[in-house]
Design a protein around this ligand. Structure first.
Ligand SMILES: Nc1ncnc2c1ncn2[C@@H]1O[C@H](COP(=O)(O)OP(=O)(O)OP(=O)(O)O)[C@@H](O)[C@H]1O
Ligand SMILES: [Mg+2]
Length: 260
């Protein structure tokens, strides 16, 4: 179904080394609108490094990035933002001492025609965006530090949405959260998906991944072992890809696959 459409993102044969270490080697991944693609693999497999190339945090040594069918020139985070790429980290990058609206508009505050802060407009827009993401959220007047981890994560996501994110990278967005808050972020992800946003999700939780992701890419030692639709493989088969690099029949092998 999605195969006929133009991918939002194609990373083709991307590589980067640090000193002598090939952190990412010949990795190819793609993402379609309204799709959640999980990146899986052991610690040090190269997942974060790969998506940092997409977010402009690292400059690749080789390979190509194509956005909406056109080669993209991404050399720094500003470039990435121009292509609608935003990143949400596990570290909950929010400003603790101010409220949700101030977080959404941090560094790009709205002003009235008289040059003062337009708090009314900022709060109205914040209520609109948060209301769409998390209808139960009511704590607009409180500093973000008073919110739960899941609520804080929804503020961070709302901020990305306000930046017109079309491509959202979530690097272990629930690693710092409890089960209930993790479920809340899962709901947010499904909402973003319905809005046609494409999401790269890095997670170590195979159950979350199967609940949320349409496809998975497994990395090992900087290479893509293989990829599959979650509907076509079992959790055990995906664990086999992560641990042994063994590609099951329902998956497509990558350069990091073990033969046989
Ligand atoms: N800035 C850097 N300088 C040197 N080496 C780096 C740098 N960033 C990553 N690496 C190395 O690249 C490899 C891949 O790391 P990366 O952080 O991408 O792994 P990961 O798959 O995200 O792991 P985790 O699940 O632990 O987050 C590791 O060997 C790591 O030590
Ligand atoms: Mg990582």
């Amino acid at each position: 179904m999605s195969e006929q459409r133009t991918p939002l993102v194609e990373m083709k044969n991307v590589s980067i080394s640090f000193g002598g270490i090939h952190a990412v080697e010949g990795a190819s991944v793609d993402l379609y609108p309204g799709e959640v693609v999980a990146l899986l693999g052991h610690n040090g497999a190269g997942k974060s490094t790969l998506i940092k190339i997409l977010s402009g945090a690292y400059k690749r040594d080789g390979g190509e990035i194509v956005i909406n069918g056109k080669p993209a020139d991404i050399n720094n985070p500003r470039d990435a933002k121009k292509y609608g790429i935003e990143t949400i980290y596990q570290s909950l990058a929010v400003a603790d001492n101010v409220d949700a609206a101030a977080n959404l508009y941090l560094g790009r505050e709205l002003q009235t025609p008289w040059g003062t802060l337009d708090d009314v407009a900022m709060e109205a827009k914040t209520r609109e965006v948060m209301g769409r993401l998390n209808p139960n959220f009511q704590r607009f007047k409180e500093p973000v530090k008073a919110l739960s981890g899941g609520q804080r994560q929804s503020v961070a996501i709302a901020r990305a949405i306000l930046f017109d994110a079309r491509i959202l990278i979530m690097d272990e967005p629930t690693a710092a959260l409890g089960p209930q808050e993790t479920a809340q972020v899962g709901e947010l992800i499904l909402q973003l998906k319905r809005d046609g946003i494409g999401i790269f999700l890095i997670s170590h939780d195979i159950h979350d991944v199967f609940d949320l992701a349409d496809r998975v890419f497994v990395m090992k030692n900087g290479k893509v072992v293989g990829h599959a639709r979650t509907a076509d493989v079992t959790k055990d088969e995906v664990l086999g890809m992560i641990i042994m690099g063994k590609v099951p029949p329902g998956a497509t092998a990558g350069p990091g696959a073990i033969a046989g």
